[in-house]
Write a protein that binds this ligand. Structure first.
Ligand code: SF4
Ligand code: SF4
Ligand code: FES
Length: 524
């Protein structure tokens, strides 16, 4: 294994590692544009030039492999001058757009020029090159004048997607990025190029002119769009999600998310939320207090248990609910009520998984927590309809969190046979409309919890938004209900629930939020 020295610090690296990667391991920043850890090396921007003892000229750190005995300097006068020259060259034709550019605040041209560039331009009178902007397809808007020709976007399609969509049209001064004739961007992965473009040349039309990036708050979360469990960063301002960006996790999604996940937050914006607990009076659902709603649920279930027996009480967990929520539901129904009638809402996946060249996969299973539900409930029993039809269940508590949940007329008729139906949900779903009591929950961005992805990795998601009205995090609703059955319940946070779950469910043994960190732990 080669051992080299960078800025006086010694490091031994794996063979095949570049000088730039070795420096990064040492915490030494070498500025770069065309290099991206997930893409093939282009070595074209020249921003990463370094001095290597014994070499007659400066070398590009991204394409020079670390070698034994190498002595590298990243901050000599020659390197500083080279960086200034590269930046001056890039800025000759770059518009002074920063005040109106969406990339401002997270732009590497801005940042590097500030850190490594010159404060002055020698081009004062010459006109800048001006070219029209282009629509590349989908949500991707290309601001030609801002492009620095790093070709990250071109290589993204070649290396990650596996199908070439973009290319460099024309040569030299006239170069620009174009879509191959007859093609348009529509790969479900396109949004990623707006993240890897180091400047404001590729913009997401969904975010354009919406917010300044330095005003956005960041919350580490997990995409609930399918069972992949991609790590995401929810970016919010004034209690509104402005955009979802990928969060690096080399074990799960590397650097990417798909466009289904990227724009998923809009799906929740259109739903009619349940903002207060509701209780039925004839055909109507009227607003009530949390205290009364929980008392009704507790008292009705206790009464049915007394008159008919616990087995006439059933509950439906969900592959869309968190591990904590499903666990609490099971704890209430099995341990406190004494019924084994535990069902799970788990729609059968439709279609096929969609895999790309890099291995990134969008799963056909659109639920984020099927694996977790299987580990908590065992083999998923989805057929609560039969039990209702046969009269084996008189009261049902339903935990649902699927925006696509729809009931057929026959299913609606079945549910009307129940003596009591309680639904915990965040929107007025088909099933909530039929409930005797509706307990207003929250969707993933408004609560804390964990999902277990398709491969058995437990990952945390955190609350990014305040939920509307009186709605509450679902784990909190279930804890309140649990306390009505057993005042000894002491859990006061989602983290407490995880600790209880880790104590009582074999598969989750020893887990805690602290141990899960922000990259999760593989348990199955
Ligand atoms: S559009 Fe962005 S990513 Fe693509 S070549 Fe230009 S600067 Fe690089
Ligand atoms: S692949 Fe699945 S989990 Fe990942 S971003 Fe897309 S929908 Fe979300
Ligand atoms: S990052 Fe090395 S040449 Fe571009």
């Amino acid at each position: 294994m080669p051992t080299l020295k960078i800025d006086g610090k010694e490091i031994t690296v794996k063979p095949g590692m570049s000088v730039l990667q070795a420096a990064k391991k040492l915490g030494i920043e070498i500025p770069h544009y065309c290099y991206h850890p997930a893409l093939s090396i282009a070595g074209s921007c020249r921003m990463c030039l370094v001095e290597i003892e014994g070499h007659r000229k400066l070398e590009t750190a991204c394409s020079t492999m670390a070698a034994d005995g190498m002595v590298v300097h990243t901050d000599t006068p020659a390197v500083q001058k080279a960086r200034k020259d590269v930046l001056e060259f890039l800025l000759i034709n770059h518009p002074l757009d920063c005040p109106v550019c969406d990339k401002a605040g997270e732009c590497y041209l801005q940042d590097y020029d500030y850190t490594y560039g010159t404060a002055h331009s020698r081009f004062r009178k010459e006109d800048k090159r001006v070219r029209p902007t282009k629509e590349l397809g989908g949500n991707i808007h290309y601001v030609t004048n801002r492009c620095i020709m790093c070709t990250r976007c071109v290589r993204f399609y070649k290396d990650v997607v596996g199908d070439e969509y973009l290319f460099v049209e024309n040569r030299g001064y006239k170069s620009e990025i174009s879509v191959f004739p007859g093609k348009e961007l529509h790969t479900k992965m396109d949004g990623n190029i707006t993240e890897i473009c180091p400047v404001g040349a590729l913009l997401d039309k969904d975010f354009i002119y919406q917010a300044r990036v330095w005003h956005l708050d960041h919350t580490k979360s997990v995409c609930p769009g399918c069972s992949a469990g991609c790590n995401v960063d929810l970016q919010t301002q004034n209690n509104k999600i402005y955009r979802t960006r990928s969060r690096q996790n080399m074990e799960v999604n590397e650097f990417w998310i798909c466009d289904d996940g990227r724009y998923l937050f809009h799906k929740y914006e259109d739903l009619t939320r349940v903002e207060s607990p509701l209780k039925r009076a004839g055909d109507k659902l009227n607003v009530t207090s949390w205290d009364e709603a929980l008392s009704i649920v507790h008292d009705r279930l206790a009464l049915i248990k007394k008159s008919d027996g616990a087995k006439f009480i059933g509950a439906v967990g969900s592959v869309f609910a968190s591990n904590e929520e499903n666990y609490l539901l099971k704890k209430i129904v099995k341990d406190e009520i004494g019924s084994t009638n535990l069902f799970v809402y788990a729609p059968v996946p439709e279609g096929e998984d969609l895999s790309f060249k890099s291995g990134f996969t969008i799963y056909a299973d659109k639920s984020p927590n099927r694996k977790g539900a299987e580990l908590i409930f065992g083999k998923l029993n989805t057929d609560f309809w039969k039990a209702i039809e046969k009269g084996d269940i008189k009261a049902l508590y339903v935990l649902n969190a699927d925006v696509d949940f729809k009931l057929t007329d026959a299913q609606k008729k079945s549910l009307k046979k129940l003596e009591f139906l309680a639904v915990q949900d965040f929107y007025m779903s088909d099933i909530a409309k039929l409930a005797h009591v509706v307990l207003p929950g929250t969707y993933f961005a408004e609560k804390t919890g964990t999902f277990t992805n398709h491969s058995g990795r437990v990952q945390r998601f955190s609350k990014a938004l305040q939920s509307p009205g009186q709605s509450k995090e679902d784990w909190a609703i279930l804890v309140e209900l649990g306390k009505r059955f057993n005042p000894d319940w002491k859990m006061a946070s989602a983290s407490d629930v995880m600790n209880d779950l880790a104590e009582n469910e074999k598969a989750f043994k020893g887990l805690s939020y602290f141990k899960l960190g922000d990259q999760g732990i593989q348990i199955a």
